[in-house]
Design a protein around this ligand. Structure first.
Ligand code: NAD
Length: 535
């Protein structure tokens, strides 16, 4: 993308804040053509003459559009979600997709306080009754924020901004986020809860700022709501589906939770007759988190700057989908990259707490392989934890912004052949080493978990279990897994010495429930059992 003399043509397909567009207009190498809100068919017809396209969510960047864009190098989205972009097709075609994840952080954090204070002081009721001619002074005595326990679930960009503002209100602040380092808690002066249960039990106000992932979908269900104080208030300004709506409705109706404030819903727009609309102790907003002039300006600036840099300098550090290596080299390296990613995922799943460092050592004769392998391992270690797609291009950027230390080394093999990857994952001082190798026609194999030598293909679902090496344990574990109708594909047992501690890597054909893992942990000889999804 560098060194070209002609002007890059950028098509603007939605209404974008003018300050962002000015950034492009002021760049002599770029010609900006603004044609907002046109039918998709028209855009498809002329897209071939453009190098980049920038928009919001209104224009659907379909596979057909991408295929017609034979000169397209980058798609910019002035906002966070890229649901309107066929990301896989863009990747396949080598078109970078860039978004602007940081621009609306403050807007969400401010709305959280606006709504909570409005609820506690009945501002919304007072304003509406005053408009009707009333003077409802005596019935609208409120309560204060000061000294209440605020619990933040997810201490990322938005959670962090909520914490900063909460200090000014004199709230006591705690958070649950097992994936961020202890430093972040210290910097933000936030007490760290080790478990979600502990966090919920302490909360007067609990606010969710996690991404919607497999792990967080339904994370606040009936059991979790049951841990809250009857006077507590629950807020969801993250994504619909993180709270179980039916369970929340019941809890609000029967008084086991005091109030809720919701900006996001499992299905949007919220149904006209949804029961949430009738409850006096629920504050509803229509997904307004990012709807401020400033946030729209910030995301426009962020996206336009990233599109400009991608075109002018080839900087794809803000891209969601570009790969660090390309061409035939990428095909040859794919098995190694996949192994590194799976080792990262395995290491992350076995960590006792948040990832603070990841070091990769590659043994093999392939030139300059260690760096992309490190990125693949980081991708595996972070992809289920942060609210953005992590890939080879942006993995380093995401790690740096979270204070995760990274390093790689490349070692020449002593004898010909075999390529090996080892990663050392650090979680606030507690380190874990996992390793693997490539065998035969490019199949990856996990060969090391901690101190144990294993021999497991990284496929399907792995249950990694630490147990005391006593007679009969394999049978008892197998019986529990079998009773849950989960099929065991392979069972590998490794130990350091007879009668000591052992590690089992059990490959099963389907994912397993938390209850099954709890049943395994309840066996007296089992010390720990965790599930790692490898696909
Ligand atoms: P982020 O990636 O910066 O932070 C997410 C944090 O959640 C991370 O620190 C991560 O470690 C933590 N986390 C992940 N899984 C967790 C788990 N199982 N338990 C506890 N913590 C976990 O994301 P962000 O930019 O702060 O956004 C947070 C949420 O807000 C996202 O869901 C995003 O989609 C949503 N959002 C909503 C609006 C709106 O209009 N209401 C606007 C912007 C963002």
């Amino acid at each position: 993308m560098t060194g070209e003399q002609r002007r890059f043509r950028v098509l603007v397909t939605d209404e974008i804040n003018p300050d962002g567009l000015d950034l492009l207009h002021q760049t002599p190498e770029i010609e900006v053509i603004e044609k907002p809100t046109r039918p998709l068919a028209e855009v498809i017809q002329e897209i071939a003459s453009y190098d980049a396209m920038i928009g919001r969510s209104a224009t659907r960047v379909s596979a057909e559009l991408l295929e017609a864009g034979t000169n397209l190098k980058v798609i910019g989205r002035a906002g966070v979600g890229v649901d309107n972009v066929d990301l896989d097709k863009a990747t396949e075609l080598g078109i970078a997709v860039i978004n602007a994840p940081g621009g609306n952080t403050v807007a969400v954090a401010e709305l959280v306080f606006g709504v909570v204070i409005s609820y506690l002081r009945h501002i919304h009721v007072a304003v509406s009754e005053m408009r009707e001619g009333g003077w409802p002074r005596s019935k609208l005595g409120g309560t204060e924020l000061r000294s209440r326990n605020l619990v933040i679930i997810g201490l990322g960009r938005i959670g962090g901004e909520v914490a900063r503002r909460a200090r000014a209100f004199g709230l006591r602040i705690g958070a649950y986020d097992p994936y961020v380092s202890a430093n972040r808690f210290e910097e933000l002066h936030v007490e760290r809860y080790e478990t979600l249960d502990e966090a919920l039990q302490a909360a007067d106000i609990v606010t969710l700022h996690v991404p919607l992932t497999n792990e967080t979908s339904g994370m606040i269900g009936r059991r979790e709501l049951g841990l809250l104080k009857a006077s507590s208030m629950v807020l969801n300004y993250a994504r619909g589906g993180i709270i179980d709506d039916d369970a929340l409705l019941d809890a609000l109706r029967n008084g086991s939770v005091g109030a809720a404030a919701l900006d996001v819903f499992a299905s949007e727009p919220l149904a006209k007759d949804h029961p949430f609309r009738q409850l006096p102790n629920v504050m509803l907003t229509p997904h307004l988190g990012a709807s401020t002039v400033e946030a729209q300006r910030n995301v426009a600036l962020e996206a336009c700057a990233a599109v400009r840099d991608a075109l002018l300098t080839g900087d794809l550090s803000a891209a969601l989908n570009a790969v660090g290596v390309g061409g035939p080299e990428l095909g040859e390296m794919r098995p190694l990259l996949q192994l590194a990613e799976k080792l990262g995922r395995l290491g992350q799943a076995l960590l006792p707490s948040g990832l603070s460092g990841l070091e990769l050592r590659y043994t093999g004769s392939r030139a300059e392989a260690a760096r992309p392998l490190l990125l693949a391992a980081l991708q595996g270690a972070m992809e289920n934890v942060v609210d953005q797609r992590v890939n080879l291009v942006n993995a380093q950027h995401v790690a740096d912004s979270r204070g995760i230390e990274t390093a790689w080394t490349q070692v020449k093999p002593k004898k010909q052949g075999g390529e090996e990857i080892e990663i050392l994952i650090d979680a606030g001082g507690r380190a874990l080493r996992v390793g693997g190798t490539i065998i035969g026609d490019g199949y990856g194999l996990i060969t090391r978990i901690g101190a144990y030598r294993v021999d497991v293909a990284p496929r399907g679902t792995l249950i990694v279990l630490r147990n005391r090496d006593v007679p009969g344990v394999i049978g008892r574990v197998g019986t529990i897994i079998g009773a849950a109708e989960v099929n065991i594909a392979e069972y590998h047992q490794a130990r350091l010495q007879a009668g000591g501690e052992a590690l089992a890597a059990i490959q099963v054909d389907s994912s397993v429930t938390t209850e099954l893992l709890e049943q395994l942990c309840a066996l007296p000889e089992v010390l720990d059992a965790r599930q790692v999804r490898m696909e």
